[in-house]
Design a protein around this ligand. Sequence first.
Ligand code: ZN
Ligand code: ZN
Length: 180
Amino acid sequence: MRLPIEQIDEEGRELSLEVGAGQFPVLEDLRERGEARFESPIRFEIRAVRVENVFLVGGSVSARVRLCCSRCLADFSMELSEKFSLTYCPRSQMPEQERPGEETELLAEEIDLIPFDGEEIDLLEGLQEQLVLALPLKPLCGRDCKGICPKCGADLNRTSCGCENDRIDPRMAVLRKLKS
Ligand SMILES: [Zn+2]
Ligand SMILES: [Zn+2]
């Protein structure tokens, strides 16, 4: 996933990448922890453009991933699709950080410049971060997933267990316990 900068000019360059999830250490980690398992190669449609000294790398990422529903704990699979844009800057050209309050620093922070060394941009870390950001924080198998019964653990999407779950506020439950 290295992009030689000599191949990127002001006209821009388009490329499509298909990368196995195994190439991204963080995704391997998520898989081992059972949090996310990628079921397809990860596809990147990328456009890289040079603007003076910086390189804009933007595009979209898509992949099919199996996640665990945060409400009912069932496995489900979904199509991820997200746009991203990264800005790379040669380390030697990075605005100085040592003078706080100056405009250059603000600018660097605003556009989140990612430094790189040498003649190639290594996209791995940047793309990996975009992928992790594309994953839902609280995955849901469906928008109206009913979750599991807090009393008996039944999957309320499949059965109704008959427990009395008058969906009370947990704080109210504590008060009720104190009273009785
Ligand atoms: Zn669910
Ligand atoms: Zn129940």
